[in-house]
Write a new protein. Structure first.
Length: 149
């Protein structure tokens, strides 16, 4: 992946998390799910702005990878989330958060070895523990929800 590909994928991942979390704040049933969603909107909005600022400063033009299957998969996930409600929504949203953050964490880890610009490498290093924290929180919430059934 080029630096432009990495920046595009990070920005796209942030925007998907914001879109899903905004929906979760409206359709979620559990107060914990809504609180998690609020954290997602706050953190990913900040990360997206920092990513755009870093790319502008470094002169990196976002360029989505050709034929990236992640975008189609995200649209299918959003359709499923829009169709769900109640506890089924909560469960699907948290399951999606675990899956997405696992994938983004793997992408960040791989990108750290591919990034050329020092500003991009620093951005990845700063973002990695935040994504790990989100994954840890989503996983804990998923386990708690599974125990409540």
């Amino acid at each position: 992946m080029s630096d432009g590909n990495i920046v595009a994928k990070l920005g796209w991942a942030d925007s998907m998390e914001i879109e899903q979390a905004t929906l979760a704040q409206k359709q979620g049933r559990s107060a914990e799910v809504k609180a998690f969603a609020k954290m997602m909107v706050t953190d990913h909005t900040k990360m997206m702005k920092e990513g755009k600022d870093m790319a502008a400063k470094a002169g990196i033009t976002p360029a989505p990878p050709a034929n990236d299957p992640d975008m189609a998969a995200a649209e299918a996930t959003m359709a499923a989330l829009r169709a769900a409600n109640g506890t089924a929504f909560d469960s699907l949203y948290i399951q999606t958060a675990v899956k997405d953050h696992t994938a983004v964490l793997a992408m960040i880890t791989a990108a750290m070895g591919m990034a050329q610009h020092s500003e991009l490498k620093a951005h990845l290093e700063k973002g990695r523990p935040i994504v790990q924290h989100h994954l840890d929180e989503a996983w804990a919430l998923q386990q708690k929800m599974a125990g409540a059934k």
